[in-house]
Design a protein around this ligand. Sequence first.
Ligand code: SF4
Length: 357
Amino acid sequence: MQRALVSVPTPAIIRYKRNEIQTIYDSPLMDLVFRAASVHRLHHDPSKIQLCTLMNIKTGGCTEDCSYCSQSSRYSTPTKASRLVDIEPVLEAARKAKENGSTRFCMGAAWRDLAGRKRGFERILTMVREVRGMGMEVCTTLGMLSPEQARQLKEAGLTAYNHNLDTSREFYPKVITTRSYDDRLGTIEAVRDAGISVCSGGILGLGEADSDRVGLIYEVSNMPEHPESFPVNALVPIEGTPLEKNERVAHHTLLRTIATARIAMPSTIIRLAAGRQTLSEAEQAMCFMAGANAVFTGEQMLTTPCSPWEEDKAMMDRWGLAGMRSFEQSSVATKEGSRLEVVPESPKAESLKAEAT
Ligand code: SF4
């Protein structure tokens, strides 16, 4: 069925000051969600959700000390370290994701950076090239990047690079000490300068205050360009990490954060990431109403469970939602340039497109 509401051209970016974002965040929740939903409908087709599938291509053994992460070698957790996977299992997983309607495939590696990993990086560049050749959007999260590495990833066809700021600048040192906030911003700058879409968001439930959630949105929304994607993770406390006893973030806090981010970054895709499987269907629907428009779907997040495709498809059907096409977001399509004209689509993707319209 054709929807009456369609995306409209993006107006000039409004930059909110931190106190203005705090005022938005503190407004009565129903008003906040209504305002966010209105902004969402002006900038996106509200019936579309981007379906992404994530694969961990190198698990555990990371030297960093992110206090929420089961992959840090500093903590004794159930996650076991492994080597970088071969190319074929990755392509197999990407094909399966595409057959199931995912249009973005993300690959994550647990390490600080690519220093001393020349052969591994070449393998990853091949993975990017091959997955992109399937007509999917390709994202990687590989730690810190140099401008040259970002350029090579772009040349291989990388669509987006994930590098989260995690939380506010002030709270950040309480969570990670082995790399600075400015190190993170440096990688994000290299990614942006290479013409790759930036995916950068945070984690809720680290022990942060409301002002830290506002600080995160302030930092991200005041980058030279709004990120293409803002993932919102709800901490899944992992046994053995310093945050193992943290309480789950309340749904109303998650909702408030999503709605505020939607207002501060109207064109950005807001990604409901780790922790989604702990939400009820009604709680997820409220998040979509408030402006979330992407999910990870499939078999597994990096180290936590994920909702399977069939469940997500059934849920989306009940709420009148459909999967986004590859490169549907205009800022991504612009960065993709002429590459888009030569990408083949699978018959299943074509039928998903038809369903979506
Ligand atoms: S979040 Fe990434 S960088 Fe931090 S410890 Fe985990 S794998 Fe390493």
